[in-house]
Write a protein that binds this ligand. Structure first.
Ligand code: ADP
Length: 447
């Protein structure tokens, strides 16, 4: 039997499943778009349905070959559930900023400038949920309370990330997370434990046990293995977040290799031997085994290009650019005032003058200026201690622009390549494959 590995990505607009073989080749993929408007109360149930639909849509033969499965969710999408794993309040999505009202509490317990100090962090959401429950305004709580007011006699609800809960549906072990999802909950990825300040805080939920992404957790539950024709020993591995999964998909693997995402904004991620965290510039590091994934995000990017050009114009005008000739225009393209990285200036005004009459020259100036900001970004990461840049992979809408790629390599002084794969589900399938292979090695070592 040929082994196969499944990665499932729950992204912002839909979910996708990709199956790879032992040689990392894609064997099947399927996706489902989320409905435009799903009531908050129905979100978790819609995720459950989508998860099972995705698996059902895979060819039966491949399902019978699956050795492992891993799931990524969107970072800081969270929910609370009871001890059976039933959600007891609607999930909070990655961009839900209701945690802003709990920000003072976050600041009171977390070290200054910690990554959790943000209205959308998992910790801010956790404290908001706690507040809601305490005030008795949580939707389900009112029903529960009609039975008993004394919550303290019940085991505390579990606090989970989206990927944790979806993985639980497959393996049945409640309360497990990975250290990519848990970073914005406050988990200390250097020490691999919850920090003292979080342990001392009064939190009315059970926090998940945190393991390395890709760690084999347990085989898929028996009823699911029967329902979908999965091998009974198909292992469910700990997951990750969508952006780390996309990084894993790129092909970057050695220190010095980076991925630039040229989407609406410009996001840089550099694989480094040293960890770099600098809240002034919004730079933080995810752990990747023994390495660190150092990231920074600028407000410049494709959103500004879209203000001036249609997708067709971007394509046709770019073909008329002479990329080996530097543009004389030095812009700072921003959709609105304010920048954090590579320069921190909350009041920085967009600089888009002088504007030449020729649209090709204007676009050349914009692409050249964004490339300059990208190069400054990587310089900033290296200046703060990250490993020297050796190669840049590219993802996002701008990756297909050949003229831009040439302009960027002129500024970056390293090879610039397209990402091998850009789908997060592919990166998560790699994680599932690695988890299963390492489990095999461990077994052999024990024998
Ligand atoms: P996001 O997921 O952040 O919305 P995408 O990765 O889908 O972004 O990329 C969309 C961006 O790509 C748009 O802002 C657009 O300006 C840019 N884009 C699309 N086509 C091109 C092109 N040919 N050259 C440069 N940029 C492009």
């Amino acid at each position: 039997m040929k082994p196969a590995y499944l990665g499932i990505d729950f992204g912002t607009s839909g979910a996708r499943a990709i199956v790879i073989d032992a040689d990392r080749q894609i064997q099947a993929q399927t996706s489902i778009k989320f409905a435009a408007s799903i009531a908050a109360a129905d979100l978790a149930e819609s995720w459950r349905t989508t998860l099972f639909q995705l698996i059902a849509q895979l060819p039966a033969e491949l399902r019978s070959q699956l050795q492992s499965i891993a799931i990524n969710g969107t970072s800081s999408t969270v929910l609370i559930c009871d001890c059976q794993g039933q959600p007891i309040a609607p999930p909070l999505l990655y961009n839900d900023a209701r945690g802003a009202t709990a920000l003072d509490q976050v600041k009171a317990i977390a070290p200054p400038n910690h990554t959790v100090v943000s209205a959308t962090s998992s910790l801010a959401k956790l404290l908001w949920l706690a507040e809601e429950r305490e005030q008795g305004t949580g939707r389900r709580e009112q029903e529960e309370d009609s039975r008993s007011r004394n919550l303290s006699t019940y085991p505390a609800p579990h606090f989970l990330h989206q990927a944790d809960w979806l993985s639980f549906l497959l393996h049945g072990k409640l309360g497990i997370s990975d250290y990519h999802n848990a970073l914005k909950l406050g988990y200390d990825v250097g020490e691999l434990r919850y920090p003292g300040w979080l342990q001392r805080a009064s939190i009315p939920f059970q926090l998940p046990i945190v393991v390395a992404p890709g760690t084999p957790i347990a085989p898929v539950q028996v009823d699911l293995s029967e329902r979908f024709g999965l091998p009974t020993d198909c292992m469910v591995c700990a997951g990750t977040t969508d952006s780390i999964a996309a990084f894993l998909a790129s092909g970057a693997a050695s220190p010095g290799e980076a991925v630039t995402s040229l989407g609406s904004t410009l996001v840089l991620k550099l694989l480094s031997e040293a960890r770099v965290d600098d809240s002034h510039y919004g730079i933080y590091s995810h752990r990747l085994g023994n390495l660190w994934l150092v990231g920074g995000a600028s407000n410049t990017g494709g959103a500004v290009l879209q203000q001036f050009f249609t997708a067709e114009e971007l394509q046709s005008l770019s073909q008329q650019i002479q990329p080996d000739r530097p543009s004389p225009f030095n812009y700072y393209p921003l959709p609105k005032p304010g920048e954090r990285f590579p320069i921190n200036d909350p009041a920085l005004s967009p600089r888009l003058e002088p504007r030449p009459n020729n649209p090709v020259e204007f676009l050349h100036g914009l692409l050249e200026s964004i490339a300059r900001i990208e190069a400054e970004g990587y310089q900033r990461l290296q200046q703060l201690g990250a490993t020297a840049l050796t190669q840049v992979y590219t993802a996002g809408g701008g990756a297909k622009n050949a003229a831009w790629t040439m302009i960027r390599s002129r500024h970056l002084h390293v090879p610039v390549l397209p990402s091998a794969q850009t789908e997060a589900a592919y990166g998560t399938a790699l994680l599932a494959r690695k988890g299963r292979e390492e489990q095999g090695t461990m077994r052999k070592e024990k024998m």
